[in-house]
Structure formats: C-alpha cells, structure tokens
Ligand binder design. Sequence first.
Ligand SMILES: [Zn+2]
Length: 224
Amino acid sequence: MLNPITNGNGHSANGNEQHVNGNGFANGNGYAKEMVATKTAEKLAIESAVRTILDNVGEDSERDGLVGTPDRIARMYDEVLGGYHVDPVKLVNGALFDVDYSEMVLVRDIEYFSMCEHHMLPFYGRAHVAYLPTDQVIGLSKIPRLVEMFARRLQVQERMTHQIAEMLDDILAPRGVAVAVEGQHMCSMMRGVKKEHPVMFTSAFLGEFKEERELRKEFLSLVR
Ligand SMILES: [Zn+2]
C-alpha cells in the first residue's frame, strides 16, 4: 500500500492546499489554476525571506550581484526540495515485474544530494539499496528515483535511510529490505575549526535482513 506524499512527520507534504478538490479535475482548469496560484505565492514568500536574510547579514539585496538572487534561490528550492511534490505511485508507474528470482537484488552507489533540516545546508553521498524479492521485482531505474524523492527534502540522514527502506517495503512487499547511506554533511564540514570530513554511515534493515545476521553481513560486505 502506497503512502500519499508525506514528509518525515507523516503530515501532508505541503501544509498548503494543493490537494485535489472535488471539482479540480472535473472542470478541467480549477486544479491547474490553483496550483499556479499557490506556487506563485510560495515563490514570492521565499524571495521575500531571502531578501530579509541578505539585508540582515550585512548585505544590500538591491545591489547588482544580488538583485536576482532571491528569484534564483526560490527556483533552486523548487528543484532541490522538489521531493515533497512527488507522488510515489506515479513514480513507480507500474514498473513491477513478475520474476522467478529470489536472491538479493542490490543497487549500489546511487548518488544523492539532500539538505540537512537543521542548517539547510547540503549533505550528499551514496545510497545502497537491496531487497529479497518474493515474486516481483521493480524496474532498475525506479530505485534511484525513490532515493531522489526522499533526498530532495529537508532531511536527517537517519530518517531518509528508513524512509527509503519503508517505501520499498510498501511497494514490493519483499522478504527483506536493506538500505545503507553514506553522507558528508556540509554543516559539519564548514563550521568549527576541525578540517576533517568524516563520512556518516546509516543503515536500515527490514524482514529477513533484520532477522538474519548473515544476510546483513553479506549486504554490508558488498557495499563497503
Ligand atoms: Zn546540519
């Protein structure tokens, strides 16, 4: 069973009113208009907030080099935080296939870029996703897109790791899911005096991966 679009807290992804209302699709234009109106209001609010930041860190938001920055940042957020608006059902789009294969399926080295929710600075690295099929497999390209859907939100790495595992479990109902994520966090790299760049490693195991130590070991030996 697929979740509708939710953020980490399980609330509606977008506190605003972007749900389809009763007549949104029926009249053929209500929904589209509503989306555009909401987006515009959101974009203007972000632009205004960025100008406030600029003017309060000692800058002049009207100077040549900065005058277009609020607009650029608002458009950038639309992309790098676009994961709130992705519908996982549409993302998977029926790319589930009946296959008589029960061994581990592993997609390694999925590059991702996310934003830490504590500082709104990037963290990035690689994710490794494995599952043990029951009777279905998912199209190869869909797993990186699931990772991207969760990465393009304000995140903590631990939660993102679990969300990827839970979503794959929901979609495929496999015998087990394993997810490992490596991340370098700009908020720890840029701040403080230490010039070390530790890599954070998080993992989530469901089903047989959780129950069987040997399977976890096999997975971890394949990804580390
Ligand atoms: Zn941070």
